[in-house]
Design a protein around this ligand. Structure first.
Ligand code: MN
Length: 341
């Protein structure tokens, strides 16, 4: 009755893993989130981390086999977080993004019915990122871009990054705003209790990033722009009422010079300019809740392979108490529409 399309599925090139190892070994970055996250994934001796690192680098038979075993018809692939956004040298990051997109497209050409992909881009060079997005879509057939939240502590609401939004809107492709570890300015209290990663830090960082984009007026400038978020919108659908109430009050009172009136309520943009995937959230209550507030057309399936590869979890979404038509939207047609599959 439907094909299961998984919208937030990660891979890594061998070169990227090598570059991450090199950054860690020669202390080429002092980003505490990156060192904690990739230090763990690349150096922890547990079976789980070794499996994840191996699976990330496989765009071949093993991945296809595991998709078959879990009934996943198609993965929308993206370069794993933080992608190339950690690299201090913008030209290096831009070249690394292009090389990774070329490798991704080779895999898609080998398995055209099983894979689609999003372009990695380097916001460190906004004009270069916009150009690589355009090359990715026009020349390589990629379906949008992935951006892993903050880039070296900077957020996309800064107008210097808006060239990227302008390109995405013009190309009619979405930006997937994927989590990163909290930026260096906010990570310390998370790390003190081991809460900086996917357990919670990702959601706080990325939810903040979503809201910064909304209140900065990005969507008044680019009304057709679409942003896809994982983890059911990093908690924000739960907050719509309070965000509207308090944001509206602050704007009317002129509380912050930086807080300008918007054409619509904050939650209107969160409903009409965002999509929500279920990556890592195989739990019916919040999925049904998200569907009830953003609508059946805006929530879609993702697994978060290989980080959360738990075959039994597919059953949770298969058994959602929604109509067959809504299940078709959830698993297949919403993804087909937003990613032009
Ligand atoms: Mn993910």
């Amino acid at each position: 009755m439907y094909q299961r399309i998984a919208a937030e599925e990660a891979f890594a090139t061998r070169d990227l893993i090598r570059a991450y190892r090199d950054l860690i070994d020669r202390k080429g970055t002092d980003d505490p989130g990156f060192l904690a996250l990739m230090g763990y994934h690349l150096n922890n001796p547990s079976q789980r981390t070794r499996d994840i690192t191996d699976r990330l680098q496989d765009l071949g038979e093993r991945r296809i086999r595991e998709m078959d075993a879990t009934g996943i018809a198609k993965q929308v692939l993206s370069l794993t977080s933080p992608g190339v956004q950690i690299f201090p040298d913008a030209a290096y990051a831009t070249a690394m993004a292009a090389a990774s997109n070329d490798e991704l497209v080779e895999a898609i050409r080998k398995y055209p019915t099983r894979y689609a992909g999003l372009a990695a881009i380097a916001p460190q060079d906004p004009a270069g990122a916009a150009k690589e997005l355009e090359r990715g879509v026009r020349k390589l057939g990629l379906k949008g871009a992935i951006i892993n939240s903050h880039t070296r502590g900077e957020y996309l609401d800064d107008q210097k990054f808006w060239l990227i939004f302008e390109a995405a809107e013009a190309l009619d492709v979405p930006i997937y705003l994927h989590p990163n570890t909290p930026s260096p300015a906010m990570i310390r209290p998370f790390m003190e209790r081991g809460l900086d990663g996917a357990v919670f830090g990702f959601a706080v960082e990325t939810g903040l990033h979503m809201l910064r984009i909304v209140v900065s007026g990005v969507f008044d400038r680019f009304p057709k722009l679409q942003i896809v978020t994982g983890h059911l919108g990093e908690g924000l659908p739960y907050w719509f009422f309070r965000i509207d109430f308090m944001h509206g009050a602050s704007v009317r009172a002129g509380r912050y010079e930086s807080l300008k009136p918007l054409q619509r309520k904050a939650s209107d943009y969160l409903k009409d300019n965002f999509y929500y995937t279920t990556s890592g959230m195989a739990w019916q209550p919040p999925i049904l809740y998200a569907q009830s507030v953003v609508g059946m057309d805006r929530v879609m399936y993702a697994m978060d392979y290989p980080y959360q590869f738990v075959p039994e979890e597919v059953k949770v979404t298969d058994e959602l108490p929604i109509s067959d038509g809504d299940k078709l939207k959830f698993y297949q047609t919403n993804a087909e529409r937003v990613f032009s599959l």
